[in-house]
Each structure stands twice: as structure tokens, then as C-alpha cells.
Design a protein around this ligand. Sequence first.
Ligand code: ADP
Length: 480
Amino acid sequence: MIAQRIGSRVAGHQHLDGPLRDNLNPSDIGDIVCQVSQADQSLAREAVQSAAQAFDTWSRTTPWQRFEILDRAGGMIIDRADELGDLLAREEGKTFVEARGEVIRAGQIFKYFAGQALQPSGYLVDSIRPGIEVQVAFEPVGVVAVITPWNFPIAIPAWKIAPALAYGNCVVFKPAELVPACAWALVEILHEAGLPDGVLNLVLGRGSEVGAAILGHKAIGAVTFTGSVATGELIKSLAGSHGAKLQLELGGKNPLVVLDDADVTVAVESAVQGGWGSTGQRCTASSFLVVQSGIHDEFIEALEARRRSLRVGDARNVDTEMGPVVDAGQLSTNQEYLDVARDQGGTVVGGDRLTGSSDGFFMSPALVLGTSVGDRINQEEVFGPVMSVIRVNTYEEALQAANSSTMNLSAGIVTQNLARANDFRRRSRAGMVMVNLPTAGVDFHVPFGGRGESSEGPREQGPAAREFFTTSKTSYVFPG
Ligand code: ADP
């Protein structure tokens, strides 16, 4: 389904005349997924203008028209889950099972927000002055810039684009450079589902090249961004300069606490899924394990056995349990973090660079034992298949270690003690808390987001999304 050469889609036209960039398969860099025509600043500005022009008509479509297009797109995505899952696994490197699951979730997100378009909103109240009525309406913001990372190439764009469109906004979509094919396929499907030209414009190009042209444009009313802290800061200054609304999701440093009374099997599976699932490349990944001393050795032994048996390989091979790292840069970042951890006194198990039958960015999952709360490996987001371990004596120590993070997105606890689980749920500083579950793996019909340096602006997903993608208008009416 993916064309050999793809390009930006602005006002319904595909632009294939820019310099070409090869889009590589991280499981096998000899496999070129497609070639991507790179947008320049003038095309990026055109994309914003196109969205601004389409806004008047799109914002006045009926909720039913928006429902039908989004619902149809959701159905088409789900129907094509095998094909899109294969494309995602090939382009980003998560396993086919994970990729297919992500695609289905994206389809469900479109269907969910299709339904949200039909939900009543706004209210009417009597004024405190006699005879006057006050109406509060929620209107679309205008043109929304959607800037997304590579780690969930279909689900993250879905959970930003679907609510933007459902609430009547137009969109300029700038996906990460590493995953243009998934973005392109998603945009094609939305148009096949009946989305009018100009409502959703796709800009394929380098963030540093096209970012300022999009975000600095005064027609941008809101920016929703998921990515690194450094880029988030830049985006804030670019978009904030003309008063655009901001929604920033900047990742997490997520603890998984394992208490003495935990079921060891649940603890091991939660750690494996949360820490090494999707090659650890999730903002909700369990990146540090806080383990109570009574269960420490038994848990680590079981986790290490699971680590050794985890099958790392080509993401599209059905037997693979962990795919490659996304690119050479991320692979060397992961290796550097392991070196830093060793220098700070940690013992690294695994984490070796692997060479397989294909030339890809493979490493074995890693555990770093014997670390302390203040070590860099426990403070910074690695974004790779690396879990560090902190040993603690008491529950209070565990809670303190878990709350030491400044990027409080998700936090988990494994325990059979309901009182402890409830206490953790209440006292955790994270935006999301998981009990006897991996820190990663969230639903789309409830709010998603973190605290501290992890998130800024209104929450994503669920009914909470309305706060960001609409703006209220209060009208006072005296019938005369
Ligand atoms: P990651 O490498 O984890 O994807 P980044 O923060 O580097 O995190 O990138 C996230 C998104 O931000 C990508 O789509 C990227 O192209 C985009 N981006 C990078 N630099 C800029 C910029 N100066 N302006 C706008 N977007 C940018």
C-alpha cells in the first residue's frame, strides 16, 4: 500500500519535488521502506494557510458529518490492521504483534472521538441580572499543529488528530522524520474516508527546517506536541510568542515498585512488559525497579531468566519478542547510559550489541543492578530496553524512591496488600498509577498525562481532550 516515493500533502496535493530521504527499516537497513520528499519552509507555511482556509467550512460541519468521517476512518484502520501493522513494524521496529495492536487502538481512538463529536456540550444559565440569559459554548480553536514522535507512529497521531477534527479544528500534522510512511498512510485513509482537502495537511520534513515555519505562523491557534524535553522547550518559545495554546507531553521516568508480598510472576511480567516491551521506547516504560529486600533476589533471578530467554530479532518475524532499537543514534545513547551506570557503580547484565542475520540496530535487553536513587540512570529517561534496580528495605523507602523522579508520568506497584496499593495510589506523584500491572498500557477513553516536568497543558485523551481542542465563548443575551 505504501508508495515508493511519498511527500507532504497540502490542500489535497502531494508534493514530491523536494530533496529525497531514504526511510530505512531498523531491523534491516538494506531495506528501504520508501523515499520521502522533504518539505521546505515555504511548503510548511502553505500547509498552515491551507488549514486556515479550510477552517470556516469545516468548523461549521455538523457533528454527524464529522462523526461519519471519523467513524469510517476508524473502521478502515481496523480492517487494514495486518497491512498497517506490518508497515509499522517495518518502519519503526516494534514487533508485529505490538504494531498490529497499536493500529487497532488507533482505529478505536478514531471511533471514540467520532462519538465524542456527538456529545452535548455547552450550557445555558440565567444571568445574575434579570431577564438576561448566559450561554457558554465550546468552539474549535482554529488551526492545530500536531507534532509527533516516532515511538507510536499511528496511535499518538490518532489521539491528537481525532479530537482536533472531532471538535471542528483543522490540522497541520508534522510527524517524526523516522516514521513518515505510517503518517502518510494514516492521512491517506482519512481522505479515503471522506475528509475534505485542506482540513488535514501533512508536512514531511525535518523539525529544525519546517518547525519554526509552522509554529511561528500566527494562524496556529494551538500546538499539541509529544517528544523530548529540549524540543518541547523550543516549541514553547516558538508557539508561545504569539499566544498559541500548548499541550506538551515530554516523557517520563517511571518506577515500578515490587514489595515483599508481591506475586513474583505478576512482578516479572509487569517488568518485562513495562521495561522491555516495544524495546523500552515508550514514555510510560518502567525504567527503574524499586525492589524490597525480602523479594529482591528471588525476583531478580526470575527476571534474569526471562531476560536471557527473550527473543530479540527482526520485528516482522512472528517469533520475535523484542525488535530493534529505532536507529543508530538511539542505540549509541542506550550504550552510553550503560557506560555511565557502570561508572557510577552499577552492574550491567545484558545490553550487548547484537549482530543477527540482518543488519539492524539490535541490542539485548539490559538490567542494571545495585544502583542508587541519585544515579543518572535513575534520573534521566533512557528510552531503550534498560531497567535499573534499586534495593530498599521498607515500603516508605520504596515510595520515596518512586517519587524521586521529576518526570512523573506513570508509576506502578506490585503487591497483594490492598492497603499498601491504595496508599501508593494516593501518595504517588505520577499522573497515572498502575497496581499489579505494567506502567505502560493505557486506555483511550480516560485522561493521559503526567506531572512535574512530564506534561504541560490540558490532559490528552478521553473527555479531557475537549479542554485543549476547544475554547469557550460566553454570550449574554437580553431578548429585549
Ligand atoms: P524524539 O526524537 O523522541 O522523536 P524530538 O523531540 O526530537 O523527540 O522530536 C519530536 C518531534 O518534534 C518530531 O516530529 C520532530 O521532527 C519534531 N521537532 C524537532 N525539532 C523541532 C523544531 N525545532 N520545531 C518543531 N518540531 C520539531
